[in-house]
Design a protein around this ligand. Structure first.
Ligand code: SF4
Length: 925
């Protein structure tokens, strides 16, 4: 409620007064023209509540208040510090009513982080011009108030200059009615001429459950096609297929609190410290509280996570099944099998016999390139554990044998009875914030609402009844890779892409871009103007983004959290569910089909989805928005009459299979789809950076998030660097059978000889090529249809630059967009945001021949100066929050500093804590 401060006449012109507004100190200023302005009274540099005593004036065209303590000035309209772009003060809405000054308090809104599947609660604090700050929600059970670097910088990613603000058709601004009518008519024509399977919807694990529900109903219920798939296919589908084959349902059996009581944590194919930082923090806390808790990490790279392990198995990429089979062999040989659990709660044990006969640790050691003793030790640690918890992610999933990698790991849990008990079980870590919610509503090409299966006639009838349609189609739809291949063949003619960036994120990105360029009709529903996918849109629809949307999401531990809007979407952007509904209503009229899309709110959609879960494994008929409001985030199942969700599944040893028994799967090892050879002798594996997210449409706007890993690079072993005489940090050309990219090379003892690593995030907005996925393989797993993004054969060659140069200027989304248009004219390009008193956009370029003169002239004009020539080097900041560089940390350690000393003297690791694992590693080196 607005707070009345004082009569306007009581304030001296061009001076301020301090007031309390909802418990916050506010500095209120009156100008000569009797207008009023209100900002936070606290000077962020001195920490003193003094700004109401500052002098108000004009500074180079900006209306500012000067701090009476130090030299800084703060813009009264934006709160921005003129001298230091990283500092801001809140701005309040102030006005005069009946002669009195009135100030609106700021809002605090509890919502959920939009990045990874940990699903942290975030409290958003707004101010007059948008979201001012974020902090971890202490009441949220996923994070208890903590946020990682990405989550803690969410408020810095809300610049509307990067946003799509109004609909466009063929790059011309249109009204919503015009754009949606055009889209609906094109879909109608294509469906009429070629049938419903000539159209497709490619959606996203970042959509909210309610958005997802509407898209699924639109495709399967209204259009009559199962061609609806999502970028979750690139993320969790092997985990899903693994759970279903082994346990009978797509349901992670564990909860985060299992970390606190496990006595062995086995992490396979996950750099948890970077990919799920808040969960990793929980692991560190559990280890600190229980020195008996052991950590085993299976990863080809010696990541921060792997280096913290009691045992690190640095296996050859892609050989996980051989390793798991050998661990199973040792568990049997050494008497660790839980025979009573196997006998009473599992089936298909006899099918394991070939594995138990053949997969000796000696055989696996050869295939995995591991010492036999390490395999035996890992097996014995697992077998001796009272509670063994496995955490796994894309290292198992993104593989042409990803489903069996999951099943092979689950076999270990079934054989030892390590499931359904506190601290025990196979626990997949969800990559995306709502991959699980999307599966709950059946938003994929092979699923139906409420974890129903498309190939089950009874399930199809149930969904058709729920939606009030005659039938839902029975033929499987095209999954992600299949969908873009079908677009490339012209089989799918129209595609609707929402909240995802397949022009960057799909494997073999060059082929995907070619398919999109040739598609008859492409609709892109997107929040960010510069996502690579926008270049392929016939119709561009501006979507609301994080902080502007209502709905719900489900995290890795089956916990449903509310997502709440703190501010209105900018321009004409609309929530995703609303866009889908408005399109569905139009198409319904054109197709003359009856199916209800008359939703007025996300709550109505949630309630319909809730009904679809009745009697299913994920039954949430006892949940409602009101319950989530009252009791906070809840795990499923939560059936009618329950007072809380279920923490852990399968405690009774009964599994959701026809027999009630979990199933062993005879998982034979298959090599990766593309093995190295003479032409492409190195193994490329891809993965995540600590501070970037997916294709960087959001995190790529935040300078702070570049400081840890500023530029694209390929990381190899010292041996490979020296063998080929590559200059460390020099430029090289990396080539696979599908494409190539010029980037910097760096040697690291994280890497096995013969392996190379490139972060998945880099795309065409930051490099001269289509990015990392120019190199990756579109081979897919036969069950999950998940592509093998983690393994490709490559070669690296020297790149001789005839010309190198760099431009720099104050960063704006507009400059980034304009500069980005020229990147492809060079062999090498890297756009880097640099945080400092002024946020700079630095563009590094190189060319093998003389540079394109037209491009250089255009860039010179854009940046207002000629390029600096020659190569540049950046220092990596380990701590992004306080900008503490690696050399500064190493110097302090050399002078005797411990982790505690680093934190005390340099402040690193004292804010979000994401760098603490690295600090610990540096201090221990
Ligand atoms: Fe967001 Fe970080 Fe939490 Fe993931 S761990 S949900 S990115 S704050």
């Amino acid at each position: 409620m607005a707070v009345r401060i004082c009569p306007l006449e009581d304030i001296v012109p061009n001076a301020g007064v301090a007031a309390l507004v909802d418990g916050e100190q506010v500095a209120v200023f009156k100008l000569d023209d009797d207008s009023v302005h209100a900002v936070g009274n606290r000077d962020p540099f001195s920490g003193a509540n003094v700004l109401s005593r500052g002098i108000v004036g004009d500074l180079k065209g900006e209306l500012v208040v000067a701090s009476p303590v130090y030299k800084q000035h703060f813009n009264l309209l934006t709160g921005r510090c003129v001298e230091d772009a990283s500092a801001r003060i809140p701005v309040y809405a102030a006005r005069v009513e009946e002669g009195r000054v009135v100030v609106e308090p700021r809002k605090q809104v509890a919502t959920t982080c939009c990045y990874c599947g940990v699903g942290c609660g975030v409290v958003v604090s707004t101010h007059k011009i948008g979201i001012f700050s974020v902090k971890g929600d202490a009441a949220h059970p996923a994070n208890h108030g903590h946020l990682c670097t990405k989550g803690a910088a969410l408020h810095l990613s809300t610049d509307t200059g990067a946003r799509l603000l109004y609909p466009e058709v063929n790059s011309v601004r249109k009204t919503w009615d015009q754009a949606l009518d055009h889209a609906a008519e094109n879909f109608r024509q294509i469906i009429a001429a070629h049938g419903p399977n000539a159209v497709a919807f490619y959606i996203s694990g970042q959509l909210l459950t309610e958005d997802y529900y509407v898209f699924n109903k639109l495709a399967k219920g209204l259009v009559g096609t199962n061609n609806v798939d999502t970028n979750s296919r690139l993320c969790m589908s092997s985990s899903v297929a693994g759970y279903k084959q082994s346990l009978g349902a797509d349901a992670p059996p564990c909860a985060y609190e299992d970390i606190d009581v496990a006595d062995l944590i086995l992490i396979a194919g996950s750099n948890t410290a970077f990919a799920h930082p808040i969960l990793y923090r929980r692991i560190e806390e559990a280890r600190a509280g229980n020195p008996a808790l052991k950590l085993v990490v299976i990863d080809p790279r010696a990541t921060v996570t792997a280096r913290a392990a009691d045992l690190h198995l640095a296996l050859k990429p892609g050989t996980d099944i051989a390793l798991f089979n050998a661990i199973l062999y040792v568990l049997k040989r050494d008497g660790f099998f839980a025979s009573s659990f196997v006998e009473n709660h599992t089936e298909n044990f006899e099918k394991l016999q070939p594995l138990l006969d053949d997969w000796t640790p000696e055989r696996a050691a050869q295939i995995c390139d591991l010492p036999v003793q390490q395999i035996v030790e890992a097996a014995r640690m697992f077998g001796n554990a009272k509670a063994a918890l496995s955490l796994y992610c894309q290292g198992l999933n993104q593989s042409a044998s990803g489903t069996w990698k999951n099943c092979a790991l689950i076999n270990l849990h079934l054989a030892t009875g390590q499931i359904g008990r506190p601290g025990a079980g196979p626990f997949s870590l969800t990559g995306q914030p709502n991959a699980m919610g999307g599966r709950e509503v059946g938003g994929m090409a092979n699923l139906l609402s409420g974890h129903r299966d498309l190939d089950n006639e009874e399930h199809r009838k149930e969904v058709a009844t729920l939606w009030g349609v005659d039938a839902v189609p029975s033929n499987p739809g095209k999954t992600a890779v299949e969908m873009f291949e079908a677009i490339g063949r012209g089989e799918i003619k129209a595609v609707w892409i929402a909240c995802t960036n397949p022009a960057q994120s799909m494997p073999d990105a060059n082929a995907v871009r070619k398919a999109l360029a040739g598609a008859e009709f492409v609709v892109v529903q997107e929040a960010f103007r510069d996502a690579e996918i926008c270049d392929y849109a016939d119709v561009l629809l501006p979507a609301a983004s994080w902080g502007e949307k209502e709905g719900s999401v489900t995290n890795s531990e089956r916990r449903i959290s509310r997502v709440r809007a703190a501010i209105a979407p900018p321009g004409e952007a609309r929530p995703d569910w609303k866009i889908a509904v408005d399109f569905a209503l139009r198409l319904q009229a054109l197709l003359n089909r009856k199916i209800s899309f008359n939703y007025k709110s996300t709550e109505e959609i949630f309630n319909e989805h809730r009904e679809s879960t009745r009697g299913r494994d994920l039954d949430i008929t006892g949940l409602s928005y009101a319950v989530l409001e009252r009791d906070g985030p809840q795990q499923w199942p939560y059936p009618e009459g329950a007072r809380s969700g279920r923490t852990r599944l399968y405690a009774d040893g009964v599994f959701p299979t026809p027999s009630g028994r979990a199933r062993f799967v005879a998982t034979e090892y298959l090599p990766p789809a593309e093995e190295p050879d003479a032409q492409f002798p190195l193994r490329l594996t891809t993965g995540r950076l600590r501070d970037q997210w997916h294709s960087m449409t959001r995190t790529g706007l935040v300078a702070r998030l570049f400081s840890h890993s500023p530029e694209p690079e390929i990381v190899v072993s010292e041996i490979d660097l020296q063998k080929n005489n590559f200059p460390n940090h020099g430029l090289v050309r990396v080539t696979s059978r599908r494409g190539s990219i010029v980037m910097k090379i760096r040697a690291s003892d994280d890497m096995r000889p013969g392996d190379a690593f490139v972060a998945m995030h880099w795309g065409g907005r930051f490099t001269a090529s289509v990015g990392t996925n120019a190199l990756t393989v579109p081979a897919i797993d036969p069950y999950s249809k998940q592509p093998e993004l983690k393994h490709a054969a490559i070669r690296i060659e020297p790149f001789a630059a005839r010309w190198r140069g760099a431009f720099a200027a104050a960063a704006t989304p507009e400059l980034q967009r304009a500069a980005g248009a020229w990147l492809a004219r060079f062999d090498y390009a890297a756009i880097i945001l640099v945080e400092g008193p002024e946020i700079l956009l630095r563009l590094e370029l190189a060319a093998a021949a003389d540079p394109d003169a037209k491009a250089l002239a255009a860039l010179e004009q854009l940046f207002g100066q000629p390029p600096q020539t020659g190569a540049a080097a950046f220092e990596r900041a380990v701590c992004a929050c306080f900008k503490v560089g690696e050399s500064q940390i190493r110097a302090a350690i050399a002078a005797g500093a411990t982790l505690a000393g680093l934190q005390k003297n340099l402040k690193c690791g004292t804010n979000c804590g994401s760098c603490v694992p690295e600090l610990r590693r540096l201090a221990a080196a």
